[in-house]
Design a protein around this ligand. Structure first.
Ligand code: DGT
Ligand code: CA
Ligand code: CA
Ligand code: ZN
Length: 576
């Protein structure tokens, strides 16, 4: 059993919270929080380190005692202390930590005085007015709790990030593939189209005749199941512990292409394709393409498209946003792929709020096959994230020179992520900005200005000739923060006029520029920087997510500047 760092972190974090609810010594509690934080930021897998007999105390924040506990987790899958704590009090108490106004001490009081152990019981108690009567609480704090509970319920109904669903999709695919008699397995639906978030997973499989029952029986006992919603011969549905619903359908071999097409969607795309079929006198459904009673296509997706006179359309484009018309004319773009990428243009080291050193980041980027990596530390305004002053930027550049002198066939670009101030000026003096290889400029503060003001602020910042790339243009955080109110089309036009590049930030909860605007930019000839905004070595791997987002935005290799060799990249940057 190989336990992942995230699982180790979760156990440590839970122990810390449970100890705190129990009123333990704050120093003890802090040691667990600290260890959890260290584990989270480690780029190596702890299982490996333990297998190699490495000393975990080499990591700052992990003492001898804690190292022993981490070993215990790796070796036994849990911690005896954790097991003891959860025998003593219900683990569901920790759910209450999601209520911002409830800390461990208050949770402990609510638990001990009212016997409340779950969020539902908390809601009941608040509705009945019992919370307000506890010492340290009142009507106002009770209402506050009710409001928070509403918000938590809303969040639970929200869609899961594609990247959070991916490990489950892959694990299920692998699991199903291993069941006896199974032939093909594919995850379809919004997941296959690479949507930023998914509502549920739709899996299709084919198997040898007579093995259907075996497959379905195996499916409903998959390891992480919370609930089995349906268990049938050709269709079953489960809910995983993380809340994600998964549907599995077994389809006939001859229908696999038609079913894959149907269940990949989107619904709007399907309807448009079906309409083309109807116009030709065909009937299209999840079993095939039919002329009268005769099946004329459906074994592969390609055959479905060809039957209605279309070339194959990549799943990422299937949103009925012009792909059908473009396919009719055989003018579909050749979408960018991972191997086209030659470098990353947005990354932090621990000099600002990242985890790696310059050299570690360079090595990790080189290992991905890259030629260059721009180190874009935050600027002074973003003090919370270790932003650099002008003087510190000069040191930053010298440090990069020093590392570059040691690197062969690879170059760190001297860059900064410069804050766009509220008045549209940049957070660093032109004299220092001019010395950089490039600057990514982003809005971090005052994201709630009125639309006109916000748009003007950004365009005004672009007037500065040292503004090369607009970073995470809308500042949205999917599921947690709305995009800024801006006139993006106007901003993209302004970028065009000034030869400014626009970023597509690959962080899974950003994917910012949103896909529809990627297409707008590409149509206008505005170049895109596909960047990970990496805060650790591992984070550089998020380029995979960025590629999917870029493909959903119809982007080709040509549209993206970091597909170019370094010399050409320099010329494409505004200062080049
Ligand atoms: P999601 O799950 O909300 O992220 O989005 P999808 O696209 O995965 O939607 P889902 O799971 O409801 O259905 C999977 C696919 O099945 C969908 O993309 C298209 C197809 N589909 C579902 N319902 C219909 C329908 O009423 N008509 C047609 N033509 N296709 C449908
Ligand atoms: Ca779905
Ligand atoms: Ca579904
Ligand atoms: Zn950044």
């Amino acid at each position: 059993m190989a336990i992942h760092n995230n699982e180790i972190r979760d156990i440590l974090e839970k122990v810390a919270d449970l100890l705190e609810i129990r009123g333990e010594n704050p120093f003890r509690v802090r040691a667990y929080h600290e260890a959890a934080r260290v584990v989270e930021s480690m780029s190596e897998q702890i299982v490996r380190l333990v297998a190699d007999n490495q000393d975990l105390t080499q990591y700052r924040g992990i003492g001898k005692d804690m190292a022993g506990k981490i070993r215990e987790i790796v070796e036994t899958g849990t911690l005896s202390q954790f097991e003891a704590l959860r025998a003593e009090m219900p683990l569901t108490l920790l759910d209450m930590l999601q209520v911002p106004s409830l800390g461990p001490r208050k949770i402990s009081l609510i638990y001990n005085k009212l016997g409340v152990t779950t969020l539902e019981e908390l809601k009941d108690a608040a509705v009945q007015g019992k919370i307000a009567q506890l010492s340290g609480f009142g009507e106002k704090s009770q209402q506050n709790i009710l409001d928070s509970l509403d918000r938590i319920e809303e969040a639970e109904e929200s869609r899961m990030l594609w990247s959070d669903a991916e490990p489950f999709a892959r694990a299920l695919e692998k699991y199903i593939r291993k069941v006896e008699g199974v032939r093909q397995v594919r995850v379809a639906g919004s997941f296959r189209r690479g949507r930023e978030t998914v509502g549920d997973l739709d899996i299709l499989a084919t198997c040898l005749r007579g093995y259907e029952e075996k497959l379905m029986t195996a499916f409903v006992v998959f390891e992480d199941i919370k609930q089995v919603l349906a268990h049938g011969r050709t269709k079953s549905s489960i809910v995983l512990r993380c809340g994600l619903q998964v549907d599995l359908r077994i389809v006939p071999q001859v229908s696999f292409g038609a079913a894959l097409h149907y269940f990949t969607g989107s619904k709007a795309h399907n309807i448009a394709v079906r309409k083309l079929g109807t116009d030709l006198g065909y009937k299209i459904n999840e079993y095939g393409v039919y002329q009268e009673e005769k099946r004329i296509a459906g074994k592969t997706e390609k055959s479905v498209y060809e039957s209605v006179g279309l070339v194959y359309i990549e799943p990422e484009l299937r949103e009925n946003l012009g792909e059908i018309e473009t396919a009719e004319d055989n003018r579909l773009p050749v979408l960018v792929k991972r191997s086209d990428i030659r470098g990353d243009l947005h990354a932090h080291t621990r000099r600002s709020d990242g985890h790696g050193s310059l050299e570690e980041m360079a090595r990790a980027a080189k290992a991905l096959g890259y030629e260059y990596l721009a180190i874009t530390e935050h600027s002074q305004k973003v003090a919370m994230a270790g932003g650099l002053s002008e003087k510190q930027v000069r040191v930053h550049m010298e440090n990069i020179d020093r590392v570059n002198a040691k690197l062969k066939g690879f170059c760190l670009l001297k860059a900064m992520e410069v804050d766009i101030l509220a008045d549209g000026s940049l957070d660093l003096a032109d004299s220092v900005l001019r010395e950089l290889d490039m600057a990514v400029c982003s809005v971090h503060y005052q994201q709630r200005l009125p639309m006109k003001k916000q748009t003007e602020r950004i365009i005004r910042a672009m007037d500065n000739p040292n503004f090369d790339i607009l970073g995470h243009p809308t500042a949205r955080l999917i599921n947690t923060r709305d995009p800024m109110e801006i006139d993006l089309e106007k901003i993209i036009e302004a970028a065009k006029e000034r030869n400014v590049v626009v970023e597509l930030n690959a962080q899974p909860d950003r994917l910012d520029l949103p896909h529809a605007y990627c297409k707008t930019a590409a149509d206008l000839g505005v170049k895109i920087a596909l960047s990970t905004d990496a805060h650790s070595m591992d984070n550089l791997g998020l380029i995979r997510n960025g590629i999917i987002a870029a493909r959903r935005g119809w982007l080709t290799r040509d549209d993206i500047i970091n597909t170019r060799p370094l010399s050409e990249l320099r010329k494409l940057l505004r200062r080049g």
